[in-house]
Design a protein around this ligand. Structure first.
Ligand SMILES: N=CN[C@@H](CCC(=O)O)C(=O)O
Ligand SMILES: [Zn+2]
Length: 401
């Protein structure tokens, strides 16, 4: 089955050349893109969709979420808006509610959040465990997530549960808990922050997870300066996320991981993932996306959807905020929310050992994940803030919106 989407007024491909095509068309063959170019040259296909001059772009790649949870934290949010600071301890409230939920309810809640993300144009999703915090509940969260989302990250190192000795808990995270989640996850993450895990504890956990064959990610430098960025660089993590409080040395360390990447002489480095919706909800200074880009660091934008610090699945909101307040161009912000997210998940290129296709950019052979906006140009995402512009979404070649 092939599908032609034609009469696309502006197509932002986010491919290697950063091409933005006018009067464009794209053809899918099954789950993959088989052709892309000028509408006038497009080949015939089994199905023909007229985009009516609308703008098209890759589906969003949301590379940082915490979607497996029950309960809500409205009261904590209200207190924060009244002036209280965010503290990691709130994670325990969600952990209690999550442990109390049935498998059926947790799955239903997760599916609802994924559907909400899809409706806003998200076509590739990572999510984390981290609201189970004991062996059985972490394994359950990982198992449920693995049946629903594209990438699952083990975040047993989210908070030390009350009453446990931190060193005992770290041993659990590095041992029996890691063994229990291992069949379901491909990534591990650690919340390296005051009130969560120290640099030394984080290092021990990252080493154990690396030795178990997991790719690494780090929550770092969110609430103040800290060791997260340096640890992420030391371990060759695919991303370090939050990055609100960076020293010059942190910026240099991140930039050094990307030297030679652009001209093909160096490997992929550590992506700095900015979470603007979270920054606003926690009243942290916005991550310095502009400065990171100018220093040569590859960045991603992600929703960080979770009940504590960022209860939104809207990648469009993140893009809008990045343009209006972080001083990214529309092209840069869209890139960070598509190809940047893919880079943070190491899914930006070709066919890998799992047979998975590249996501986050529109090129022949890549996964057919495309969204059309109810707008003539992608700029409308920032020009018309808050307006739901999603018109149609295809994921792996199938229309889902
Ligand atoms: N910072 C750590 N974890 C989440 C928040 C979790 C929570 O408060 O429930 C985050 O990414 O912001
Ligand atoms: Zn997070």
């Amino acid at each position: 089955m092939s599908t032609l989407i034609t009469n696309i007024g502006e197509l932002m491909t986010q491919d290697h050349e950063h091409a933005v095509l006018k009067n464009a068309a794209v053809v899918f063959e099954g789950e993959r893109i088989s052709w892309i170019g000028a509408a006038a040259d497009a080949p015939a296909a089994d199905e023909r969709i007229d985009a009516g001059g609308r703008a098209g772009l890759p589906g969003w790649v949301d590379s940082h979420t915490h979607l497996v949870f029950a309960g809500d934290r409205t009261a904590e949010f209200e207190a924060r808006m009244a002036g209280e600071d965010y503290a990691a301890g709130g994670i325990a409230v969600t952990t209690d509610a999550t442990r109390a939920a049935t498998d059926y309810d947790l799955t239903r809640l997760l599916l609802g959040r994924v559907a909400e993300a899809n409706a806003g144009g998200t076509t590739y999703l990572e999510t984390k465990t981290g609201y189970g915090l004991d062996v059985d509940h972490e394994a359950r969260s990982a198992r449920i997530a693995a049946g629903v989302v594209d990438e699952v990250t083990y975040l047993g190192a989210h908070l030390v549960p009350a009453g446990l000795d931190p060193e005992d808990y770290v041993r659990l995270v590095c041992g029996p808990m890691l063994d229990a989640v291992r069949p379901y996850v491909s990534w591990a993450d650690v919340f390296c922050e005051r009130g969560a895990f120290t640099a030394e504890q984080s290092r021990e956990i990252l080493a154990a997870c690396r030795d178990a064959g997991l790719g690494l990610r780090v929550h770092g430098n969110q609430l103040g300066p800290g060791a997260g960025v340096q640890l992420a660089v030391e371990f060759g993590a695919a991303s370090v996320d939050h990055v609100n409080h960076l020293t010059g040395a942190d910026l240099d360390a991140l930039a050094s991981t990307w030297s030679g990447y652009d001209d093909g002489s160096g490997p992929r480095g550590t992506v700095a993932t900015c979470l603007p919706a979270c920054d606003l909800s926690t009243r942290q200074p916005l991550a310095r996306g502009r400065e990171l880009l100018d220093a040569g660091v590859q960045i991603a934008l992600a929703s960080n959807c979770n009940p504590g610090t960022s209860y939104t699945t809207s990648m469009a909101y993140c893009v809008t905020t990045a343009v209006l307040q972080m001083r990214l161009s529309v092209h840069e912000a869209v890139r960070a929310a598509t190809a940047g997210g893919a880079l943070a998940l190491r899914r930006e290129t070709g066919v890998d050992a799992d047979g998975a296709r590249a996501v986050g950019s529109l090129a022949v052979g890549h996964r057919a994940d495309v969204q059309l906006l109810n707008a003539p140009s992608v700029t409308h995402l920032a020009y018309r803030p808050g307006v739901p512009l999603t018109h149609a979404v295809w994921k792996q070649g199938s229309r889902i919106v």
